[in-house]
Design a protein around this ligand. Sequence first.
Ligand code: LMR
Length: 398
Amino acid sequence: IFAAVEMAPRDPILGLNEAFQADPRAEKVNLGVGVYYDDNGKIPLLAAVKAAEEQRLKLAPPRGYQPIEGAAAYNKAVQTLLFGTDSALLDAGRAVTIEALGGTGALKIGADFLNRLNSSAKVYISDPSWENHRALFEAAGFDVGAYPYYDAATRGVNFSAMLAALKGYAAGSIIVLHACCHNPTGADLTLEQWQQVVDTIRERDLVAFVDMAYQGFADGIEPDAAALRLFADSGLEFFVSSSFSKSFSLYGERVGALTIVTADRDASARVLSQVKRVIRTNYSNPPTHGGIVVATVLSDAGLRAQWEEELAGMRDRIRLMRTQLVERIAAAGVKQDFSFVVQQRGMFSFTGLTAAQVERMKQEYGIYAVSTGRICLAALNSKNIDTVAKAIASVIAD
Ligand code: LMR
C-alpha cells in the first residue's frame, strides 16, 4: 500500500529544526522557528507557569476527560484577554470560545467548520503569510489566494493595494488577518488602516479570520488587542485563533483557542454545538494540563502580574536584540541601512535576504533561517549575535 508514496518535502519552518538538530557544528544558531529563547539560549519556563504547576501538582487532580470545548475557566480567561474585562460583546453572549491544540489547532477547527458552512468560499491570506496558513486552509478543502500585503521597497504594508484587493473579493470570502506582529514581515497595520479593513469587510460581506499568535509581543496585552477590539465594536461576526505558545512559553503543551463571534446568544449556542462535532471527530477533547495552568495564572492577580512582567521581559529583550543586530551589522561594514529591523514588530525580522543567501548562512555558518529571509530575533543572544551579524554581512557582500 505504500509503494507509490512519495517522499514529502520537509516543513518550511519545523523542518529547519530537524536539519538543525542533525547539524554537528557547535556554533550553529537556529533562527528558523518562532520560539523565544533567553540570553542563555534556553526556552524559559516562566516563574508564573512554574508556580501554577506546583499548585496543580499539590492538588494531584484526577485526569478525567475535559468537556469537548475545554475548560470553562480557560475559555473565559481567553475571552477576557481578547476583548477586555468590560466587553459588550461578551456580556451579550456573542462569543463562543473553545480550547484548541495551539493556534494551529484553532485555525484548523475554524477552517473545518467554515468549510462545512460554505466549501466554495475562497480563502485569502496575506502575501506573504505564515507558511502554514495556505497549507492548512487547503487541507481543510479551500481554494486559497493571497491579497497584496508587504511592500519590499518600503518594508511596510502596501495598504492601498491590500484594500483594493479586499474590495474586489466575492461576498463570503474568508480573509485571514494577523492581529499583531505580522508573521513573517513584522509589518502591522495602523489602527486607522484596521478601521478601513473592518469597514471593507462589512461593506463587502467578507468573513474575517483574525490570527493572534503573538499577543503581548508588540506593545503589550491590551494594545496588541486593539485591532480585535475594532472588530468587536463593529457588530460583525468573525473568527479569532489565539495561542499561548509564545506568550506563556508553553509551546509543547499546545495551548490555544478558537473564538467565534456570532450575532447573538442563540447563534452562539448553535455554533458551539456544531463546532463540538468538528472537535469530537478530530481529537475528541483537549488535553488538561496547559489550559489549566494558563487559567490558573490568569485568574490569580499575583500570578497574572508576574506573567505580564515576564512577558514584558521577553518583549524588551527582543527589542534589545533588534537594536544590537542593526548596530552589529553596521559595525561589520555593511553600508545598506538595516534600521528597518528596529521598526518591525514581534519575534521576526523579514531581512530581505534571498533564499540563496539564507542557504549560504546555513552551509557556511550553521545559521538557520526560513528561506524567505525571515529570522527569529528571539533566538539571538549576547553570545551569538556577533556571529549572526558577521554572517549576514558576509553573505550580502558578494
Ligand atoms: C513560526 O512561525 O515559526 C511559529 O508560528 C511556529 C510554527 O508552528 O510554525
